[in-house]
Structures are given as structure tokens and as C-alpha cells.
Design a protein around this ligand. Sequence first.
Ligand code: NDP
Ligand code: HSE
Length: 437
Amino acid sequence: MKGVLILDCISVGLLGLGTVGTGVIRIIENHQEQLSHQIGCPIIVKKVLVQNVHKERAIKIDPSVLTTDPNDIINNPEIDVVIEVIGGVEPTKEWLIQALRNKKHIVTANKDLLALHGPELLKIAKANGCDLFYEASVAGGIPLLRTLAEGLASDRITRMMGIVNGTTNYILTKMSKGGTSYEVALQEAQAKGFAEADPTADVEGLDAARKMAILAGLGFSTQIELADVKVKGITSVTESDIEYAKQFGYTIKLIGIADRKNEKIEVSVEPVLLPLSHPLSSVNDEYNAVFVYGEAVGKTMFFGPGAGSLPTATSVVSDLVAVMKNMRLGVNGTHLFSPQYEKCLKRDEEIILRYFIRLLIKDEVGSFAQIATEFANHGISLKRILQHPIHPRETAEIVVTTHRSSLANFEKVFHRLESLGTIQTIKSIYRIEGEDE
Ligand code: NDP
Ligand code: HSE
């Protein structure tokens, strides 16, 4: 057995000093005593890569530490660990590969990169005897990945369902409380540092899809590609949808679902209707929460801040502590995730779900009967029906919820409804979850 390595200090190179990078510096400075106690030596931040060294920063930092040359970190023999909080795929990926080849351990918050190139990077890390940890990439401040990999290692995970994007949860919370428009809520989320550099990734569901791909891969011990995740964002969610949902006893949340049944997997991200009494319905603002169902443990729920400077940096610095503990024991690169199972995705016939549908139809004899017939023809039973006559008088608004059927059946009905002369507009279609039937 290797002896415990005695270290004088750990030298860190930080790529990025934005929302998360600033939090990392704050935590290393403010918790230095506690961190040194845990790892047995102080942490020194040697170099910090930024785009603009003259930019005004929220923290005081020695200007000589700042650099615009990534080589000062990735090719610097004095640096042991690289913390990557720049984001994006290129050139970040090449920088991290170079750092790994130089035997530097990596801590990153970059889900874009991990969702696309995680397996490749983990392989390179292992080949170089390096750690590559990415706790902050999913659900910001919630220690979810380590919980799956260690705390629930003895169980077999069957389902993960939750809110994994802080920005969209912030927007939907503000919209549903009334008085704040989608646009204003998005600007607020950006100003608070929750949103991605390009917030399209948040509102179109891509950020959540990246996280669900990472979660599903880890939880089900297989390799899930980003393209395997069915994705729909929140850009089409309207205040009327939220109001109608409330009338039916639901709230709308952007929900990630990773489900495994009979070895077949489904991964999706979409705005979902949840009963107001469901625990995820009261997870508001930038908070995230994920239910993890295990065959042995049953239902567990993890809740916490999903974005923001200090919460995310907490996960980043905890990964740093894990790297350092491994360094002292000489076991870096030995605990990297490697998938056990071949991936097998569910077909649309095997995905069973319910829907909420809102339509504008012609207010005339037989109109609703035609719609009901389409559902009946595909074996789908309607659960609740609401009709509002609206102006002009020849139009009516119909809201229905269904019982369960397969996604394949629903897709056939939705296709048929689009061509039905009696339907003026399909206003919205939402999956319903979290309700026992
Ligand atoms: P920011 O946009 O706030 O910060 C990015 C930093 O990287 C800035 O300091 C910027 O420099 C620097 N940078 C960007 N491009 C380059 C470049 N080409 N060369 C050198 N420096 C560069 O991002 P965040 O801190 O919000 O996010 C960082 C990562 O963390 C992303 O991967 C994100 O997805 C992830 N993440 C973010 C969370 C959050 O709540 N914000 C939560 C969880 C994960 P300069 O300051 O000079 O402009
Ligand atoms: N933009 C992301 C979010 C940051 O809002 O959840 C945390 O990953």
C-alpha cells in the first residue's frame, strides 16, 4: 500500500473568473483554515485565466495572478489542479486535454463539455492517472453526482425526475406569481448570474438536457448522448397556460425525467404540469430539486440552489478537496466513472404518459365530438374537459386532460388534430406528471 503523501501546499490554476470563478476564490479565501485542516496543507491559487485583465471584479485579486494566456496554467509545471469555470466546448476541451496530458487534475462545472465529450475526457484522465470531477455541472450546489456514485452506489436507480435548471425555474416562478413577464424574469436571472452566457441554452431546455444526459449516464451506468434526450424549452409557455394549469390544480415546471424500466431508458426535458401538492411544485426561484428512485431505497429527494456564485463554487471546491484527498493517498484517477451497460432507449410505444391539451375550436354542432372521436380512435380516454365560449362567438376554448397512453398514440392523435377542420389552433400541449391515477 502506498504511504500518505505529505504536501506543503496545493497549487491551483483557475480558468475563468466570472460568476462561479469569483465564488471559488471567495470560498478558498474565506474557508482556508477549514480546507487546510481537511487536506493537510494550504491551497494557493497561482494563476487565473480571464479574457480582460483590466475588467473591474467583484473581488480583490492580485493583478499579477491574472493572465490571458492559457499556457500559464495548462502548461505550468507548478500547477497541480486546474479548475475550469470558463464554459463552452472549444477551446476549453483542448485546454483540458492538454492539462490532463501534463498530469494536472481537473475540476469543472462545464456541463456543455461533459454532456458531449465526458467519456473521452474521462478516458484521457484515467490514462494519465488524473482525477476529473464535475459535481457543479448538475444542479449547482446540490451534491447529486457524488450521491449517485457513492451514497446510492449499492442500489439500482430506476428513475430520476426533477428541476435541474435554475434560470427557467426562476422565470416560471416569477411568471406564475404574477406581475413579472417572461422577458423581465429572464433579465433578472441573467443579472443574478444564474443564466448561461447565451441564455438560449437555458430557455430552450438544452442546459437541462445536458444535465439529464450526465445524470442518466451516471445513474443508469450507461452512455447517454445529448441526442438521446427529448428536449422542449419554456419559450412557448404563456401566462394563460399557467392560469389554466392553476384552474386544473397544477403548476408548470421545466422537468427532467430519466426513467428505466425493463432495461429500457427514456430521458426527456420539457415543461410539465405537476399537481400543486407535489413537492416539486413548491421548489421556486433558482432552486433545483431531484427525486431519485432506487429499487431498494425507494424515493429520495435532493433540494438546493441550482445556480449562483457561492452555491456552485461550493461544489467546485468540494471537488477540489476530493482531488487533494486522493493526492495524499496516491489514488488519483482510480475512481472515474465507467459505464457498465449497453444503452437501450425506449421506443415511443413504450413511453406511457398523460397530457393536458388546450385548443381553440369552432363553436358549432359536433365540433367537440370530432375531437373526442380522434382520441377514442387511438384508445385514449379523456379525464377532464372544460369548455369556454369566447369572443368572437363562433370560437370556443377547450381544455382537456387525458388518462395514460403511449407517446406513439398521442403523437398520432396530435397529428390528426392538426388537420381537423374544426380546430382553429392547438394552443398548448403539456405532459402531466406526479399524479397517481
Ligand atoms: P461567466 O460568463 O460569469 O464567466 C466566464 C469567465 O470566463 C469570465 O471570467 C471570462 O473572462 C472568462 N472567459 C470566457 N471566455 C474566455 C476565453 N476565451 N479566454 C479566457 N477567459 C475567458 O460564467 P459562469 O461563471 O456563470 O459559468 C462558468 C461555467 O460554470 C460554465 O460552464 C457554466 O455553465 C457553469 N455553471 C454556471 C453556474 C452559474 O450559476 N453561473 C452554475 C453551474 C455551472 P472575463 O471575466 O475577463 O470576461
Ligand atoms: N444556467 C444554469 C441554470 C446554471 O440556470 O441552472 C447552473 O447550471
